[in-house]
Design a protein around this ligand. Structure first.
Ligand SMILES: CC(=O)N[C@H]1[C@@H](OP(=O)(O)OP(=O)(O)OC[C@H]2O[C@@H](n3ccc(=O)[nH]c3=O)[C@H](O)[C@@H]2O)O[C@H](CO)[C@@H](O)[C@@H]1O[C@H](C)C(=O)N[C@@H](C)C(=O)N[C@H](CCC(=O)O)C(=O)O
Ligand SMILES: Nc1ncnc2c1ncn2[C@@H]1O[C@H](COP(=O)(O)OP(=O)(O)OP(=O)(O)O)[C@@H](O)[C@H]1O
Length: 507
């Protein structure tokens, strides 16, 4: 990628403000980075975010030959490319630097407040039967089949430069499909600027991620999420979700109706007003078996040839919509029905409704529910499945963000739990007890017994020990996260699932 090519690309996107006089148009770059600590000889360096000028001096000392920035740093003698939006620029140039790897892959992207990770894993599990599939999820990033090609993710959707670096690895490792999650922050921060997907799926939206450092309003959150619908060639929308008029109209503004697929539960109210392509019906939704039947209503739906019954390997009625979305998306990229059936039926997703049996205590579930929508879905499902036993929940809520999640957790607990053991999640710079008090204050049901045990491992142990055969214990909010964020430090933590596996052995 030469400066001449950069100049052309940025001009086409109206991003270029000016360049230094001494910029050599034929010069190219050995690498690109936004972190001064990673600079090597001949690198292009991006100045973004909470940036300090000393990072640029350090980048120059380490061999950066040019910097890209929204502001000029006159004190640092280095050729500059000044742009009006460095995040958009970085996304575009990262794609260009790696030769636009997205064009060599079939890409499937999920957005939604809940179910992104679950649906992404379902989809990978289906497509693995036929294709070589990469995954960018909140839990894991998979860029190939080697031992070094699978690693923990730090964000749901990585910074653009990291995203295209990983996408390039996917291509170099000769994978052909990529399944990824796209967060609303990814659009807000232009991490996926310029990226078009083959299939984009909108799962649902409910209030979340609104507050300091995230979205100022729900409208902003919705707008960011909807960007997936205008950046995908085919779109799949869960027509049972709220704000359907908004999402459907957004999709229609840029996508031909023959490339928009809507699905809904059978006899859904929305079937009367919207051109539903698929309906599904629950055949069984107990803890032992989750089964649906899927039926195409429209002609284009029928062409996908996926009518039939499907077993879903994860309990929870809410997982039915995740499974349907994954079935349609997979069929759109060529998955055969047998493989869809197999991919949905046999699956374990780290920290999502993982279950552990005991001999003399209750059944334990480890799940990632951490806001009202998810806690309500999981607890009401467990309560409906277990009307005679107790539902015991262990949870906290993260500090420094999502403050509005806390009352929601309390509300969901009050509606469906019998015992709540409140504990630390990722307290950050807050006191876990204060967070727990807010949750407790919102449990508007005197029959719920509420306890506070700050140490998460002790809380889990006591919940299991206090449960009896016939009870269910839900450990919610952290899944298999291997750390707790405490005062700015990722403090090692065994992980909820690992702790439960240990404590349920032989009891
Ligand atoms: C608000 C936001 O988007 N922040 C992200 C952003 O931070 P930033 O650009 O301000 O970077 P910074 O870490 O403050 O540092 C500033 C710059 O100086 C550079 N630097 C720093 C030190 C040094 O010695 N030299 C140097 O060059 C850094 O590399 C960076 O480029 O870029 C960083 C990566 O470069 C991200 O880690 C960080 O995500 C923060 C930590 C975060 O947690 N974001 C959350 C809210 C998020 O995005 N979550 C969504 C899921 C939520 C949803 O569903 O919407 C997600 O996709 O994960
Ligand atoms: N479709 C759904 N509707 C409501 N709740 C759901 C749905 N799918 C999953 N959940 C609940 O939400 C939790 C998180 O699910 P998942 O990780 O798939 O969602 P996500 O969109 O990736 O979430 P996050 O943005 O929090 O990472 C699950 O553990 C489950 O409790």
């Amino acid at each position: 990628m030469t400066n001449g090519e950069i100049f052309k690309l940025l001009s086409e996107h109206d991003l270029l403000v000016k360049t230094s006089h001494n910029l050599d148009l034929n010069a190219d770059y050995a690498g690109i980075t936004y972190d001064s600590r990673a600079v090597q000889d001949g690198f292009l360096f991006f100045c973004k975010g909470n940036f300090k000028p000393e990072y640029l001096s350090s980048a120059k000392d380490k061999g950066a030959t040019t910097y890209v920035s929204e502001v000029e740093y006159a004190d640092v003698e280095l050729p500059a490319i000044i742009v009006n939006n460095v995040q958009k620029t970085m996304s575009l140039l990262s794609a260009a630097f790696f030769g636009f790897p997205q064009n060599k892959l079939t890409t499937i992207a999920y957005t939604g407040t809940k179910g992104k990770t679950t649906s992404a894993y379902f989809t990978k599990n289906i497509l693995d039967h036929q294709y070589k599939v990469g995954l960018f999820s909140t839990i894991d990033t998979i860029v190939g089949t080697g031992a070094d090609d699978e690693f923990k993710s730090s964000l749901t959707t990585p910074e653009s430069l990291d995203l295209f670096t990983n996408m390039n690895r996917v291509v170099n490792n000769k994978l052909d499909h990529l399944v990824m999650e796209v967060s609303s922050q990814a659009y807000k921060k232009n991490r996926v600027y310029g990226l078009k997907y083959d299939v984009g799926i909108f799962l649902n939206i409910s209030p979340d991620h609104i507050g300091r450092n995230e979205h100022p309003t729900f409208a902003d959150y919705l707008h960011c999420k909807e960007q997936l619908l205008v950046n995908s060639n085919s779109v799949v929308i869960n027509a049972d979700g709220s704000h359907l008029l908004d999402t459907y109209m957004t999709a229609k503004a840029t996508t031909e109706p023959e490339n928009i697929y809507l699905f809904a539960k059978a006899e859904s109210e929305n079937s009367k007003e919207y051109p539903i392509d698929f309906e599904y019906r629950s055949l069984a939704d107990s803890l032992e078996s989750n089964r649906i039947s899927l039926k195409a209503i429209s002609e284009k739906g029928q062409q996908l040839g996926i009518d039939g019954d499907y077993e879903i390997g994860l309990p929870g009625d809410y997982n039915e919509s995740n499974a349907v979305a994954s079935a349609i998306a997979s069929a759109l990229v060529g998955a055969q029905q047998d493989n869809i059936k197999a991919g949905l039926a046999r699956i374990v997703i780290p920290g999502r409704m993982e279950h552990f049996n005991t001999q003399s205590h209750g059944t334990v579930y480890v799940d990632y529910a951490h806001n009202y929508a998810s806690m309500d879905s999981v607890l009401s499902f467990l309560k409906s499945q277990n009307p005679h036993g107790k539902v015991i929940v262990v949870t906290g809520s993260a500090g420094d963000k999502g403050i509005d999640r806390r009352p929601g957790l309390g509300k969901a607990i009050g509606q469906s739990a019998d015992i709540a053991i409140l504990t630390a999640d990722d307290p950050g710079y807050e006191q876990p007890k204060d967070i727990a008090d807010t949750i407790a204050d919102n449990i508007n049901n005197d029959s719920v017994q509420v306890k506070y045990i700050e140490n998460r491992e002790t809380a889990i142990k006591q919940a299991i020990e206090s449960s009896q055969s016939g009870d269910v214990v839900l450990i919610a909010g952290k899944g298999r996260d291997p750390y707790q964020k405490v005062n700015g430090v990722d403090t090692p933590y065994a992980g909820d699932a690992q702790i439960v596996a240990e404590y349920t052995k032989g009891v």
